[in-house]
Design a protein around this ligand. Structure first.
Ligand SMILES: Nc1nc2c(ncn2[C@@H]2O[C@H](COP(=O)(O)OP(=O)(O)OP(=O)(O)O)[C@@H](O)[C@H]2O)c(=O)[nH]1
Ligand SMILES: [Mg+2]
Length: 244
């Protein structure tokens, strides 16, 4: 049984929730693209914290040993030509049969040790739990990215009329029915879309502070091109949701 850590929040759907999910109900999914420096650590962390119970799905476009290492750790590997973050992550979130889907990056930036907190919050009734890297300051993030991420959150907040703090985080937990009930359209901007559409459709979304570590291996994102694509996605998705 998970223990609620605070009592002040309204807890949606809790009464309807008779059975609590365990890590046997969780799939941890990620896009993987030449992440051989990080993948062993990421998958070991997932195994350790979930006692080997969570399923892992990697949608992989690598030309290095990433998929072999993933299979050695018991992950399900779906091969896909590299076409960008969102194309991989969309396939990854739609692959599992388990009722709770958690996304992460395969670069050791996200704290797998906080997975139990994400599961607790889903068990408390939230539909989406979104890791907020900026809450603790995200000192490991390059300055330019930190500034950009704050700007994206501000832009999305203004357009949605709801304050959000980190729209581009890669670590979230979703009830699978949320993921399956929405048509996802964005690529580099998918992370923002995965927060904005559920929020604007009235799902119970909660941001949750997370630690953020320095990346192992090379980034797959060009900050200028990626930043422009994310800005465009935020505006497009917010307008589409407003007028749907
Ligand atoms: N399969 C696949 N995975 C991808 C692709 N592009 C990125 N990824 C993966 O998606 C995740 C996010 O990419 P990152 O390079 O970490 O992007 P980011 O988090 O915006 O940038 P950093 O702040 O540098 O980590 C990583 O696990 C990548 O390996 C792709 O085209 N195909
Ligand atoms: Mg990353």
């Amino acid at each position: 049984m998970s223990q609620p850590r605070d009592s002040g929040d309204a807890e949606p759907n809790e009464a309807e929730q008779s059975n609590e999910y365990t890590f046997e109900d969780v799939s941890v999914v990620m896009g993987t693209y030449n992440e051989e420096q990080a993948i062993g650590k990421v998958l070991t962390d997932v195994e350790d914290v979930t006692d080997g119970k969570a399923e892992v799905v990697c949608v992989d476009g690598s030309s290095d040993r990433t998929p072999e290492i993933a299979r050695e750790h018991g992950a399900r590997v779906i091969e896909q030509e590299p076409q960008g973050y969102g194309v991989a992550v969309r396939e990854a979130i739609l692959a599992p049969d388990r009722p709770v889907v958690v996304t992460t990056d395969c670069d050791d930036t996200y704290p797998m040790e906080q997975l139990p907190e994400f599961l607790d919050l889903i068990n408390r009734g939230y539909d989406v739990v979104s890791g907020d890297r900026l809450y603790h300051g995200a000192e490991a993030m390059p300055d330019f990215n930190r500034l950009g991420n704050r700007a994206f959150a501000l832009l999305a907040s203004v357009l949605m009329g709801t304050r959000v703090h980190d729209t581009t985080t890669g670590m979230r937990a979703y009830r699978r029915d949320v993921v399956e009930s929405i048509r996802w359209t964005e690529n580099t901007g998918l992370s923002a879309e995965l927060l904005i559409r559920p929020l604007m459709r009235g799902y119970d979304v909660r941001e949750h502070p997370i630690e953020y570590r320095e990346r192992a291996g090379e980034t797959k994102l060009d900050p200028i091109e990626g930043g422009a694509a994310i800005t465009k996605s935020i505006v497009k998705v917010c307008l589409e949701e407003q007028f749907r």
